[in-house]
Write a protein that binds this ligand. Structure first.
Ligand SMILES: *[C@@H]1O[C@H](CO)[C@@H](O)[C@H](O)[C@H]1NC(C)=O
Ligand SMILES: *[C@@H]1O[C@H](CO)[C@@H](O)[C@H](O)[C@H]1NC(C)=O
Ligand SMILES: *[C@@H]1O[C@H](CO)[C@@H](O)[C@H](O)[C@H]1NC(C)=O
Ligand SMILES: [Zn+2]
Length: 968
């Protein structure tokens, strides 16, 4: 058993957070950016939480937030608005001053209310606003009669609520207008109406922009900041004449601000009815570039820094096409007259779906076709599709409270595949789903610390914690499963029904299940229970099952059993939940036939299937194409039949199921549910595998075995085995990338090269060295000489196999071009003296390694098999020097980095001694606890599996096996 971390490569954030990075002191400086997902301790507060990486998914919510942005949880206090008055229309007028020393925003708001229940108290949300109590007016709309305000109760700092008390009760059924003036400060928290900056021709330029989801509209103007309290919004923003502004709706008029020469008001059209978290505006010196004409009926523009104009072409092309596609997919017109997308230099999330004005982190909207990796281009398309999908799912129909956030995010995370596929079929997005979303979230949802998709949340901190892999990725998997259960087309028509029935309103998951049920009934789709009964088991229980299939080869039937899949079981669990689900069984022995279906009901632990429709010598595969959210374990005979089929002709099994078989088998072996030999048997066919998805699925699993075996004698046979699998893949793909390579071929090459060079395959090493030599002679032609997709492997391999000259060149490139990939490559050296030299440089501010990059260096050295022990000794021996040079902020994180590869009792003893010697700093850290747990798991893994794997490897050396197998 182990936790997920051995799969990870942790690297530090270098430039992604731009100048925000330097604005906070203390532990915030240590920022983790994961190449793979994991539960890791938050360096800010030591609490474990899920982290996502921009390199992986778009909707990373707040990697970087300053400490004070989340108030203390305030369970028990009433933070909800009473609902006795509801907003109908807001007129918001804001005049931000955007200059150093004056970040004031003058604000004025008029709110038109319906009184639902008679009251003298008008409560609404507000945070960090300076409200002028004397400016507050309340009038009855119909008569225009003023109602005097008797009290103003300011609870912004505790409940984020203000209350206006009036002299006589408002009457139910009547309408009122409230006005008030206030001042806010453009903050640096990336929340509310905030300031951002960028450098142009050496000059720092500022802009003001919004990020309101989940609960930060209240930082910009007083409002009813709950998703059901929808209203129309009329936005007016002031700006310098020479600047620009943009908002959800089209601009109607611009007029001078009286008494302020050089300033103008931009008046925007009144919005449709929407939730406050979707309001957006921006004041900047950006330019708006119209999308390519003719791609959509909706006016569409991309906003960016003027210097980035040339990087908007990709967005200008795909944006309108995706919008056009969703109109036809949902069968509902996009309801606004225009759509803008803006690239923001400092942005907390990946992107935000504000209706009509989608905001993005720059890296997801601005693409340089000559320098972008295939991955970056795909991410840009996926993020756009995600946000555009929200314009219906989320904006037109909004979840009724944040407990159902998954309805927004799970759907957008499902639709991003469909939307991207419509404009970039070459990306084969639907093939990628299982590795990007499903197998990824399995890793998180297999922990006891997971959570159900739908849980009660109240405080802003709880609400913000919902923006995680469970809402997004698990949500998308559950939706994909539901679509498979009722049929894709029925499902699509059911969605249209749900969206039209609830347009401009709110809905919970029961409304969705009801719409899908009605649709399924009307099309005579037969299910064993209602859609709600089935789907509730997946949304209200955490975790997921594995299904054990025990075939009876005499009768042709099988017994199937459902159990919860856990990576680690604690002994003291008190959770009374019965972990059984309404489980859709699908299976096949022949992909040219329609798949067979059956069910395990939520009450059935096991069930006997009388006839699988397969002969005793035929394999059976369950969870066809991994459409459903569970793993499958087979009896040894069936594993043998599958292995033989894969070796004889793997194309008889779908690529998704090949990926699933490998991913499932290694995870089941890891948790001791099947022998490692069964999992390793499945790898034998990989010498014939040429497709990205199965390879990518298995490589991360093999990586763990690789790390664990590294220091043992068995590693030699392991390396031979791995080389026999990877080399044919690498030879098939080849070193040289060409323009015409399909997208996934580029992805294949990244994996194949990475492993081939790591295993020392001569062609890969030679080509990397000679490419690097060319680069050394023409250092300014990096983009022409090295494909961005191959860059990290080529640089790393040149350092690993090259000498001093290669190393010196890399260091020089890092120093002169601020390109951290050269620094990362330097950490791949196989020379102990070089690696310890790198660590020493961290202590010397004049060494040339920037303070910003010290975490990257330590992490990469610790992850280097040669460097791991060196890094541990550096921590032990140079503790005081590290503390003097860098303070204490890195210790716990670095401790954790070192643990990943440690798997011996001697190592554990050393680590525990280190912890106890510095108990003040390390004693209570969650990183340290998690690190020690990892090492303990690693040691246990070695004691349980090393022998078995060693025996298997000895018996399966390439010369002795499948070379005599005939391929069909
Ligand atoms: C900010 O600048 C504006 C315009 O120059 C000025 O009217 C206002 O008083 C300034 N506010 C502060 C707090 O300096
Ligand atoms: C508010 O939005 C709705 C559409 O949601 C629209 O029909 C209505 O006219 C808008 N109200 C105003 C005052 O613009
Ligand atoms: C953008 O591209 C145009 C035409 O290719 C070129 O003339 C211009 O210099 C480029 N601008 C920037 C800022 O790179
Ligand atoms: Zn989203």
């Amino acid at each position: 058993m182990r936790n997920l971390l051995p799969f990870l490569v942790l690297i530090a954030v270098a430039s992604a957070f731009g100048n925000i990075q330097t604005q906070f002191d203390g532990p915030d400086e240590v920022e983790l950016r994961l190449l793979e997902p994991a539960v890791v301790p938050d360096p800010v507060d030591g609490v474990s939480r899920w982290w996502y990486t921009p390199s992986r998914k778009a909707h990373i919510y707040r990697h970087k937030y300053p400490k004070n942005i989340q108030a203390q949880p305030r369970q028990g206090e009433d933070l909800r608005l009473p609902g006795d008055v509801l907003p109908r229309l807001y007129n918001v007028r804001l005049l931000p001053f955007i200059e150093v020393g004056n970040w004031t925003t003058d604000g004025y708001v008029e709110i038109f209310l319906d009184c639902i229940i008679s009251t003298v108290n008008i409560s609404m949300n507000s945070l960090d606003l300076t409200i002028d109590p004397a400016s507050i007016t309340v009038t009855e709309e119909q008569t225009g009669n003023p109602i005097s305000v008797v009290d103003f109760i300011d609870e912004q700092s505790t409940r984020e609520i203000i209350t206006i008390q009036v002299s006589r009760p408002l009457t139910a059924g009547k309408q009122y207008k409230i006005t008030m003036k206030f001042i806010s400060i453009l903050n640096a928290l990336l929340a509310g109406f905030y300031r951002s900056s960028y450098v142009e021709n050496g000059v720092t330029k500022y802009l003001a922009v919004t990020q309101f989801e989940a609960t930060d509209a209240r930082r910009s103007f007083p409002c009813f900041d709950e998703p059901t309290m929808k209203a129309n919004f009329t936005v007016t923003v002031g700006r310098k004449e020479t600047w620009t502004s943009v908002s959800n709706m089209p601009l109607i008029t611009t007029e001078p601000i009286v008494g302020m020469p050089g300033f103008v008001w931009d008046n925007y059209q009144t919005s449709v009815t929407m939730s406050s978290y979707l309001v957006a505006f921006m004041v900047s010196e950006f330019i708006g570039i119209p999308a390519e004409p003719g791609l959509s009926n909706v006016e569409f523009s991309i906003w960016a820094r003027p210097e980035a104009r040339n990087l908007t072409d990709y967005a200008r092309n795909i944006g309108p096409r995706i919008l056009e596609f969703f109109e036809s997919y949902y069968n509902i017109d996009y309801p606004l007259p225009k759509q803008d997308m803006a690239a923001i230099p400092d942005f907390a999330a990946g992107a935000m779906e504000n209706w009509g004005l989608i905001t993005y982190r720059e890296e997801y909207l601005l693409i340089d076709p000559n320098r972008a990796t295939a991955r970056a281009v795909q991410l840009a398309a996926v993020v756009s599709a995600h946000e555009l999908a929200h314009q219906w799912f989320g904006n037109l129909v909004t979840m009724d409270w944040w407990n159902a956030l998954w309805l927004n995010e799970g759907f957008a995370s499902y639709m991003e595949y469909i939307g991207t596929d419509a404009v970039e079929p070459d990306f084969k997005m639907n093939d990628q789903f299982i590795i990007e979303n499903l197998q990824y979230v399995f890793g998180i949802d297999a922990l006891e610390t997971s959570r159900p998709i739908n849980i009660e949340v109240n405080t802003p901190a709880e609400i913000n914690s919902m923006f995680d892999a469970i809402s997004y990725e698990k949500g998308s998997c559950v939706i994909r499963m539901c679509a498979d259960i009722i049929g894709l087309e029925t499902f699509q028509r059911g969605l249209t029904r749900y969206l039209s029935d609830n347009a401009y309103g709110n809905a919970g998951q029961d409304n969705l299940w009801a719409a899908l049920q009605t649709q399924a009934d009307s099309e005579n789709v037969i299910l064993p229970a209602t859609v709600k009964e089935i789907m509730d088991t997946w949304t209200f229980k955490m975790g997921f099952p594995y299904v054990t299939v025990n075939r009876n080869y005499q009768t042709g039937g099988a017994v199937v059993i459902q159990n919860r899949f856990l990576l680690r079981k604690s002994n003291d669990t008190t959770d009374p939940t019965v972990y059984q689900w309404w489980l859709p069984l699908t299976y096949t022995s022949d992909y040219t036939q329609t798949k067979r279906r059956d069910w395990l009901s939520v009450d059935e632990f096991s069930k006997s299937l009388p006839n699988l429709g397969a002969a005793a010598n035929q394999w059976v595969i369950f969870n066809v194409d991994q459409q459903n959210y569970y793993r499958v374990a087979y009896d040894p005979t069936n594993y043998g039949l599958i292995r033989d089929q894969l070796i004889a002709d793997h194309q008889r099994v779908s690529a998704n199921n090949r990926a699933q078989l490998l991913d499932d088998a290694f995870n089941l072996a890891l948790t001791e549910l099947i022998p490692y030999a069964d999992a390793l048997d499945l790898t034998l066919y990989l010498k014939y595998e040429r497709e990205y998805v199965p390879w990518h699925a298995v490589l991360s699993e093999l990586n763990y075995v690789d790390i664990m075996l590294y220091n043992f004698a068995e590693f030699s046979n392991w390396k031979t085995h791995m080389t026999s699998l990877v080399e044919p893949y690498y030879n098939f793909i080849g070193f040289q990338e060409t323009q015409s390579d399909p997208h996934l071929t580029k992805y294949c090459r990244i994996d194949a090269m990475n492993w081939a060079c790591r295993l020392g395959v001569a062609d890969c090493v030679q080509n990397s060295l000679s490419t690097y030599a060319t680069l050394m002679s023409q250092p300014d032609n990096l983009a022409q000489i090295v494909s961005p997709n191959e860059k990290s492997t080529i640089l790393r391999t040149a350092i690993e196999y090259g000498g001093q000259a290669e190393y010196d060149f890399a260091f020089n490139q890092y120093k002169t071009k601020s390109d951290t990939s050269f620094l990362v490559a330097m950490c791949a050296s196989k020379q102990a003296t070089v690696l310890s030299g790198l660590l020493e440089m961290l202590l010397d501010p004049t060494s040339g390694i920037l303070r910003l990059d010290v975490n990257t260096v330590f992490n990469n050295v610790a992850n280097n098999p040669i460097g791991n022990e060196i890094a541990l000794d550096f921590l032990i021996n140079r503790w005081d020097d590290i503390q003097n040079a860098l303070g204490s902020v890195y210790f716990a994180t670095w401790y954790r980095y070192v643990c990943t590869r440690q798997n011996t009792q001697a190592g554990l003893d050393k680590l525990i001694q280190l912890r106890d010697a510095h108990s003040v700093i390390l004693g209570n850290s969650n990183s340290v606890k998690q690190g020690i747990q990892t090492v303990e798991s690693n040691i246990q893994w070695v004691s349980l599996n090393l022998g078995e794997i060693g025996t298997w490897l000895a018996g399966n050396q390439p010369a002795k096996t499948i070379s005599n197998v005939i391929r069909h």
